[in-house]
Design a protein around this ligand. Structure first.
Ligand code: IPE
Ligand code: IPE
Ligand code: MG
Length: 252
């Protein structure tokens, strides 16, 4: 029988979301694209709060892809400004709720002032509400994918592995899947169990290519600014009713 309620033991440990459809939402409301991004921030707050409340441990949000850099300068700058605002506004709330912020992607490319706010929030949330570094105090780890590309992630891992081989810190035969994964931006994070994409697009768009190998995929026509708590719960419940086989035969 299919469950229609959240079962805590069956929750995905790691949920990854491709937040898409801000531009189309804005167009439908006769607004500019930037207003769509602004409206999308509200959905970010909702997913963070809901993930925390139901007990999801890791939430990765695709906020800016390596390809998004090719968008008009005005739009890119507006996204920087929204990110900065989000970090400043939410910092206290994240700390209070024991949410740890992590970033994956190449943020060196971001303006200094945005990098500063990112580092400040990552550092402050690492310490948690007690203000000291204690392992395991965090309920939720929120991972923002910023200037992130799945291919770029794999390339940067290869570059660093090659350097470590040159320095004789690792030998080629020691490179197995586990060792390779430890060079990716997502080192120390479990692979996503559930991938959500909004706005009815059926593609990965260069998100976590390596890490999504066995993720369950859930796609909704809902545009990101309209993504509500009930739609999020629907995705989690759908996941709980899936049968994951990882290439094996059940009860063999
Ligand atoms: C997603 O919305 C937000 C980002 C990629 C930053 P889009 O801006 O891609 O919205 P659509 O796809 O044009 O509707
Ligand atoms: C993916 O959405 C990137 C983010 C959500 C940040 P895009 O809107 O950039 O992807 P495409 O262009 O539809 O594939
Ligand atoms: Mg899009």
């Amino acid at each position: 029988m299919k469950n229609t309620l959240i079962v805590p033991q069956k929750l995905p440990r790691h949920v990854a979301i491709i937040m898409d459809g801000n531009g189309r939402w804005a167009k439908a409301h006769r607004l500019g694209r930037i207003a769509g991004h602004r409206a999308g921030v509200k959905s970010i707050r909702m997913v963070v709060k809901t993930a925390r409340e139901v007990g999801v441990k890791f939430l990765t949000l695709f906020a800016f892809s390596t390809e998004n850099k090719k968008r008009p300068k005005r739009e890119v700058e507006a996204l920087f400004a929204l990110l900065k605002q989000f970090l400043i506004k939410e910092r206290k709330e994240l700390i209070k709720n024991n949410v740890r912020l992590k970033v994956i992607g190449d943020i060196e490319w971001f303006p200094e002032s945005v990098q500063k706010e990112i580092k400040k929030t990552v550092d402050a949330t690492e310490r948690g509400s007690a203000g000291v570094h204690i392992a395991g105090v965090h309920g939720l780890t929120l991972i923002l994918a910023l200037n992130y590309g799945g291919r770029q992630d794999i390339v940067q891992a290869c570059q660093r592995i090659t350097k470590d081989i040159q320095r004789l810190e690792i030998t080629p035969s020691e490179i197995d899947e586990k060792a390779f994964a430890s060079y990716l931006y997502t080192k120390d994070l479990p692979d996503p169990d559930l991938l959500i994409r909004t706005s009815n697009e059926y593609r990965i768009s260069n998100f976590l290519l390596w890490q999504l190998s066995y993720a369950e995929i859930w796609i909704t026509p809902v545009l990101w600014p309209d993504f509500s708590k009930s739609v999020f719960l629907e995705a989690l419940i759908s996941y709980q009713n899936r049968k994951r086989r990882f290439g094996m035969v059940k009860n063999a």
